[in-house]
Design a protein around this ligand. Structure first.
Ligand SMILES: C[S@@+](CC[C@H](N)C(=O)[O-])C[C@H]1O[C@@H](n2cnc3c(N)ncnc32)[C@H](O)[C@@H]1O
Length: 296
């Protein structure tokens, strides 16, 4: 692992990772409850990922044992527990888990939910225990993708399911189109400054767009798992039943629009059919994938 030369460095980096996601959970809580009822109304889920989360929720059966890795403020673990499942949510972000715990205590689900502060890179898991493991937006943050997925496979019951949503790398065409749309549409950057940035960065503008789309530098391990070929590892360790690539530009564009949520959602709904078409015709590559796999 090159990101950290010693155990001490690693601990400092993972603490910084946790601090970023705790702060993000605090910011989110100022506006939205850690509850699917609220999250589904945010622009990202209302437009881009809501359908995939709904598909996941339809799969969850009462009495299932479920593990969510990178559960953050707990909204998805709680919703799965509302379907009658017994859910373990693991995350490194202590404050995010505290929010999750407090909220779940006040809104006790039909099943059960337990949140655990742990680093999934090194956390042992019970063997043959889970019916479903969920990893939404977390594999690309991991230092030890293969080791985690091997432990996840062993933790699943035979025929148990793994559900993953994660980003893919950004081709130049996507960066150019997203950049053009955000140049035209209102964002928190003033139009005068957009022109200034364009003139200032010129050739570097595409690289900067890619970095922004991939949120490079947002947290110490942001994108770290991307370089470990997670898809190859997933295909090697699991039987992939569904794999869908989507979201060529819509998610990033709407995330940056400076407008009320309802208007951003309306713009997202206008862009999404074009996005789907561009991906289907292979004019653009999707920047997200959803995968449903079974333990072999
Ligand atoms: C992009 S966020 C996704 C959060 C949540 N799954 C969602 O979609 O709302 C990534 C989450 O993974 C967590 N995370 C990052 N590295 C981790 C690790 N080594 N062990 C456990 N959780 C980790 C972060 O704290 C953060 O909550």
């Amino acid at each position: 692992m090159s990101v950290h030369s010693s155990e001490q460095d690693y601990q400092a980096l993972i603490a910084a990772e946790a601090a970023v996601w705790s702060a993000a959970a605090r910011d989110l809580a100022a506006k939205w409850r850690p509850d699917w009822a609220d999250m589904r109304r945010t622009r990202h889920y209302a437009v881009v990922d809501g359908r995939h989360i709904k598909q996941l929720l339809r799969l969850v059966q009462p009495e299932w044992q479920v593990l969510e890795i990178g559960c953050w403020s707990g909204w998805l673990s709680l919703e799965m527990a509302r379907r009658g499942a017994h859910v373990d949510g693991i995350d490194v972000a202590a404050e995010a888990l505290k929010l999750a715990q407090t909220y779940a205590a006040e809104h006790a689900p039909r099943g059960s939910v337990r949140y655990r502060l742990a680093d999934i890179n090194y956390e042992p898991l019970p063997q043959n225990h889970y019916d479903l493991v969920v990893a939404v937006g977390v594999l690309h943050h991991l230092a030890e993708v293969r080791a985690v997925l091997e432990r996840v496979r062993a933790a699943l019951k035979p025929n148990g399911l793994l559900f993953v949503i994660d980003p893919l790398d950004t081709p130049t065409a996507n960066a150019l189109l997203a950049g053009a749309l955000l140049f035209l549409l209102p964002t928190k950057v003033r139009y005068r400054d957009k022109v200034r940035h364009l003139l200032r960065f010129r050739q570097r503008v595409v690289e900067r767009m890619k970095a922004s789309i991939e949120a490079r530098g947002l947290s110490p391990f942001e994108g770290y798992g991307r370089h470990q070929m997670p898809l190859e590892i997933l295909r090697e360790l699991f039987h992939v039943e569904q794999f869908r690539v989507y979201n060529a530009f819509t998610g990033y564009v709407i995330a940056n629009l400076a407008m009320p949520e309802s208007l951003a959602i309306a713009v997202g709904h206008l862009l999404l059919p074009l996005d789907h078409l561009a991906v289907r015709l292979r004019l653009l590559q999707g920047l997200s994938y959803k995968l449903l796999a079974r333990r072999i």
